[in-house]
Design a protein. Structure first.
Length: 684
């Protein structure tokens, strides 16, 4: 029995999270929701009781960090085998430590030398709480970790909840799904060594009464770029809980004497203002706290991939660069195809130096031409990969993930380098470091074009199944070192589009290439899903030749202007009229991009989007007609995020009205199919 009462209330500007040690010494959650007026308003810790002989106390109560032990039948956060074969964890509260905005609760196993530190960090102004867990082996015997989740959350007892999540596949990422949770466990995960196109490590739980702009939502995301798992469970006691962490699929970690293992960080929040506000809280945090270049405007870029594919050489790129510069592009990016023997996707990956035939004098002459045209130069790389037909693979066939007794499965004719190996890390670091040192490169697109197979590591120092974590740690190390050595370079994370879009990679990359699907209508849906988690500034979006001739250039530009604008069409085939129109749209984008990239984003019907500057002085509205108008009514929207007290002018409309009046008026847009509207909003 605990003598003293331990109860912690973590408060941010508008929300709060509370838990304590109950009468049986178990850490129990009591509250997650709106910040209450006074600390005495938070609920007391319920008594700890069991339920007949079929369920122990921890089945019934809201355990803060449930572990596998005793009568545990629900999804636990921690599963361990001790050296003597015991697979039962019994934690008791040991100590608390508070520093600035961080609380650390230390738990200790009653018998074994295992310490579990639960970390909570509040981000008050973002209304977010960051959580992670550290396991420490204080003994001599190895402890085998089989599952470690970063956090688990409980939702108010008795409610019926809906889970929103993002699902998809290559070329069709970020489809938003909202579904009711029913008794049992709903699992979302990645087993692919990246966070994946298929599910994203993000969730929103709502209580069924919620809309885009109103109602209670609890949300979170895992900052991890490898295998992850989310379990959303409705118990037979009608309680709902959700845990997230490293995927325990094929995972084992040997925690040796004195060692520590830290879980990835999870970020979570609550809002009573619906899904839209939940996204904006994450956007603010990602944009202002997470990404490397926080306040930097994203330049309008051109990317050569869809124009020249592997047919990259100095003259093809120089001709594209000339037109791009005329149009007002600020950053010219050479995509795949520039390096040693890369004439198609069968060769070259791993050999990161310019191809001698395509670039006889190296990249420098092209970089100079691009710079002389007034643009920055950017380059594509795919450092984690190797083709069988490469100097690197011929020299180091053992560097790939593989089992010696199995034929490696090729995907896009390539294999994955084992980023957990220090020699592989050194190689990748040295090659990319050299490229960046020898050339004036301002931007790198870091791609990864396949998922895992044969995840073997024959020479692993410990259990091979540690690969899932050690691979990601190796990736973070190399990328982190490159960032340190070249702090001004802007990085884009790409994995065949949005296969590695997560809060982990955004510690290193400022942008994400959201999808290889650049069809404007598909893209609207994909971007809508992406915006649930990520701010517009991180969303790279190109205008390409997809649907050229079918969908007007302005519509396609407006879609891409909803994020960081890029162009990816074959400019050599664009007419003078198209180039002129594109120039005007690019110059318009440059004017409004501070609001788009750094403002608050509001989602509306038919994928319409509104952005307001933080001071609510300036805004931008995009309206899209994606359907045949004859079958549909005009698009109707209400403006959002204006200051009710200020007066505003909305472009093209005569009246000057108060923010409050504009927000209550229904605006009607009778648009024909594939017509779009861009309107600026200004306080006056
Ligand atoms: C996949 C990316 O998503 C594309 O944009 C392009 O970079 C190709 N890889 C190049 O191989």
């Amino acid at each position: 029995m605990i003598e003293k009462t331990y109860y912690w209330i973590l408060e941010t500007n508008h929300c709060a999270y509370a838990f304590g040690v109950n009468n049986a010494g178990i850490l129990e959650n009591t509250y997650w929701g709106k910040r209450l007026e006074s600390r005495i308003d938070y609920p007391d810790l319920p008594e700890s009781n069991g339920w007949a002989s079929f369920n122990g106390p921890t089945q019934v109560l809201q355990e803060e960090y449930p572990v596998y032990g005793g009568m545990c039948y629900h999804e636990p956060c921690l599963k361990i085998t001790f050296e003597d074969g015991v697979r039962d964890i019994v934690l008791e509260f040991e100590s608390e430590k508070t520093t600035n905005n961080e609380l650390i609760i230390s738990l200790r196993d009653l018998h074994y030398p295992l310490k579990v530190n639960l970390h909570y960090q509040t981000h008050s102004e973002y209304d977010l709480i960051e959580r992670w867990v550290e396991l420490v082996n204080l003994g001599k015997e190895t402890i085998t970790i089989e599952r470690v989740f970063s956090a688990l959350w409980h939702f108010p007892v008795g409610g019926e909840y809906f889970l929103s999540h993002l699902t998809g596949r290559w070329n069709d990422e970020f489809n938003l799904v909202r579904e009711p949770l029913t008794p049992g466990v709903k699992v979302l995960e990645s087993r692919r060594i990246t966070s994946s196109h298929h599910h994203n490590p993000w969730f929103v739980i709502d209580d069924g009464k919620c809309t885009e702009n109103n109602g209670n939502v609890w949300f979170g995301a895992l900052a991890w770029s490898g295998n992850w798992k989310l379990t959303a469970e409705v118990t037979n006691f009608n309680t709902t809980r959700l845990g997230i962490g490293i995927n325990d699929w094929d995972f084992v970690w040997q925690l040796k004497e004195g060692e520590k293992l830290s879980s990835p960080h999870a970020i979570c929040g609550f809002s009573d203002k619906g899904h839209g506000e939940a996204s904006r809280l994450l956007h603010n945090y990602i944009r202002d706290e997470l990404v490397p270049h926080k306040k930097q405007i994203h330049k309008v870029l051109y990317n050569s991939w869809e124009a020249t594919s592997f047919d990259v050489n100095e003259s093809s790129q120089a001709s594209l660069a000339k037109i791009a510069a005329e149009m007002g592009v600020e950053l010219f990016v050479v995509d795949d195809g520039w390096f040693h023997h890369r004439t198609n996707d069968k060769a070259g990956l791993g050999d990161w130096w310019p191809d001698a035939e395509k670039f006889p004098h190296g990249l420098t002459p092209l970089v100079k031409k691009v710079n002389n045209l007034g643009m920055d130069f950017g380059l594509w790389i795919e450092p984690e990969m190797v083709n069988p037909d490469s100097d690197l693979y011929r020299k180091h066939p053992d560097w790939i993930l593989h089992y010696p007794t199995r034929q490696p499965t090729l995907a896009r004719n390539q294999m994955i380098l084992n980023m957990a190996r220090p020699d592989v890390q050194d190689y990748v670091l040295s090659k990319i470091d050299l490229l960046l040192s020898e050339n004036n490169i301002a931007f790198i697109k870091w791609d990864m074009n396949r998922n895992v197979s044969e995840p073997g590591w024959p020479t692993a120092p410990g259990d091979q199944r540690e690969i899932w974590v050690r691979y990601v740690e190796g990736l973070y190390k190399v990328w982190g070192d490159l960032r340190k050595n070249h702090p001004d370079v802007i990085w884009q994370s790409c994995s065949g589009g949005g296969g590695r879009a997560d809060l982990g990679i955004l510690n290193f990359a400022d942008q994400i290439w959201v999808s290889d699907n650049t069809h404007a209508i598909d893209r609207l849906r994909i971007q809508y899903g992406f915006s649930q988690v990520f701010p517009a500034s991180t969303m790279e979006s190109w205008v390409t030749d997809a649907d050229r001739g079918k969908i007007p250039l302005a519509f396609r530009f407006h879609v891409s202007m909803c994020g960081s604008l890029g162009v990816g069409g074959n400019l050599l085939q664009w007419s003078q009229a198209e180039i002129k129109e594109a120039s005007l749209l690019i110059s318009r984008y440059k004017k409004i991009r501070p609001v788009i990239q750094f403002g608050n984003q509001y989602r509306m019907s038919n994928y319409s989007m509104q952005y307001m500057s933080k001071d609510a002085e300036k805004g931008v509205l995009f309206v899209f007609q994606t359907d045949n108008y004859s079958n549909n009514s005009p698009i109707k929207i209400h403006l959002l995020g204006l200051n009710p007290e200020l007066k505003y002018k909305v472009e093209g409309l005569l009246e000057i009205l108060s923010g409050s009046e504009w927000m209550s008026r229904e605006l009607t847009f009778p648009l024909l199919m594939y017509k779009s509207v861009l309107l600026e909003i200004a306080a006056c």
